[in-house]
Design a protein around this ligand. Structure first.
Ligand code: KIV
Length: 275
């Protein structure tokens, strides 16, 4: 619970804020978070949007894909993040098979994410084929972010995490999908791992903001997975990733120091114990 006076609290980012940011030419910063502590740090640093991505499956749970993530897992992570955030817009991924079977089930999943976890919006992967589902969720008052290009929940269909929509047919379909998503009422669209020129075309042809990951500099905003940009994942080095820290080395050095101090009896010292 915040102890800040109402008047001194930072203005909350809403879905309208990010749409206005595109209109005003202000870039949108988005990062993932999956827990209370990390979300609090990211929010206090001033990020505009926090995505509770189903990449939690990879970086928190250690699975190879996002497929095993359940709605209950995502509700748990999202509720932890929401408790740590004061300003940022919190968007939660609906996981694989929580929205694809029926529109009714999709609405129930989105509703649980809002009511039980306190998310401010949900994100769904897919284009034209899920627009009626998106429309139903939006009509119920739940803001939806779309996700096109590389959609990791479909990894077993693609068979690879390589750049998508390099050929004309897939690029044209993606452009069509983006317009259909806009018509269905999404407030924003993630573009993952597509050529820069296509991301530029999409960004210029829809009024809602595009948020890129591996989609180049013309998107209205950028997103990275927090573990990747902080250098916690040593083995993941795609071309699009910029590392802003080397926390893997910092943490491993700190743990090594601790072990040494325990073994030598240096920790705890006089000041670190009770009389
Ligand atoms: O799950 C996730 O973290 C995502 C981002 C990579 C966009 O969907």
């Amino acid at each position: 619970m915040s102890t800040q006076n109402k008047d001194t609290r930072p203005e909350k980012v809403t879905t309208q804020t990010v749409v206005d940011m595109k209109r005003n030419g202000e870039k949108i910063s988005m990062l993932t978070a999956y827990d209370y502590t990390m979300a609090g740090i990211v929010d206090a640093a001033g990020v505009d949007v926090i995505l509770v991505g189903d990449s939690a499956s990879n970086v928190m749970a250690g699975f190879d894909t996002t497929v095993p993530m359940t709605l209950d897992h995502m509700i748990y992570h999202t509720s932890c993040v929401v408790r740590g955030v004061e300003r940022a817009l919190v968007i939660a991924d609906l996981p694989f098979m929580s929205y694809q079977v029926t529109t009714k089930e999709a609405l129930i999943s989105a509703g649980r994410m809002m009511k039980e976890a306190g998310a401010h919006a949900v994100k769904l992967e897919g284009g034209e084929s899920i627009t009626s589902t998106i429309k139903r969720i939006v009509d119920a008052g739940i803001p939806v972010m779309g996700h096109l290009g590389l959609t990791p929940q479909s990894i077993y269909k693609f068979g690879t995490y390589k750049v998508r929509a390099k050929d004309e047919a897939e690029a044209n379909q993606l452009l069509k999908d983006a317009k259909k998503l806009e018509e269905a009422g999404v407030f924003s669209i993630v573009l993952e791992k597509i050529p820069t020129s296509l991301a530029k075309q999409v960004t210029e042809s829809v009024s809602v903001p595009t948020i890129g990951i591996g989609a180049g500099s013309y998107c209205d905003g950028q997103v990275l997975v927090i573990h990747d940009m902080l250098g916690l994942n040593k083995d993941f080095s795609p071309r699009f990733l910029r590392r802003y820290a080397d926390l893997h080395t910092s943490m491993s050095d700190a743990v090594g120091e601790y072990i040494k101090d325990v073994k030598t009896g240096d920790f705890p010292n006089e000041d670190e114990q009770y009389n």
